[in-house]
Design a protein around this ligand. Structure first.
Ligand SMILES: [Fe+2]
Ligand SMILES: [Fe+2]
Length: 193
């Protein structure tokens, strides 16, 4: 369903569970970045009217998630702060072609794959945290349904602009690349490390 070509390694799960504070701070940054990605698309492609409302709604939802994670940080006495970001999204987006209309297709498919990977990792965290951190597990269970929907929104929007086959073909290629990108971990614990 998520169109991912690889599963998260047990090493990441172990690292994340040992560093939940850092993961939660990064998670807050990720929600903010997801909102920013949708807003950037609103600025870059105003001629595609069909993108405006769904992406605006998506950005608002991501900002609400950002606020929810801030509340969780507060509740755990963790201060939100600047953090060295994971290199994952940057390395993935580097594969986007430079010329239009290919660029819009690639950027939106990268956004789709990032949402899918977030959803996959939230599913893992929801299940791993169930016994020791039931509240946090519940929070992740609530979010992952949204992230699965976000991943689908990008594909559905692209289907209104490009031939469906072109979207599927490029999605296949970029999922392969995403699997290679996520397989090279950062040296520090992050949501997408
Ligand atoms: Fe989100
Ligand atoms: Fe999302």
């Amino acid at each position: 369903m998520l169109r991912l070509r690889s599963s998260t390694s047990p090493e990441w799960v172990e690292l994340a569970l040992r560093n939940m504070d850092e993961i939660l701070i990064d998670h807050a940054h990720c929600e903010k970045k997801a909102a920013s990605m949708a807003i950037n698309l609103l600025f870059r492609y105003p001629e595609y009217l069909q993108l405006m409302r769904p992406l605006s709604e998506l950005a608002r939802e991501e900002l609400r998630h950002f606020e929810q994670v801030l509340t969780i940080l507060d509740g755990r006495g963790i201060q939100f702060r600047r953090q060295k970001p994971s290199t994952y999204a940057g390395r993935l987006v580097q594969n986007a072609r430079n010329n239009e209309p290919e660029r819009m297709l690639d950027i939106m498919l990268c956004a789709c794959l990032i949402e899918a990977r977030s959803c996959e990792r939230m599913t893992i965290l929801a299940s791993e945290l169930r016994s020791n951190e039931p509240e946090l597990a519940r929070f992740y269970r609530g979010l992952l349904a949204c992230e699965a929907r976000h991943h689908q929104i990008y594909v559905d929007l692209l289907d209104t602009i490009y031939p469906k086959n072109d979207v599927r073909e490029r999605l296949e290629e970029l999922s392969e690349l995403e699997a290679r990108v996520i397989a090279v971990p950062d040296a520090f614990p992050r949501f997408h490390s």
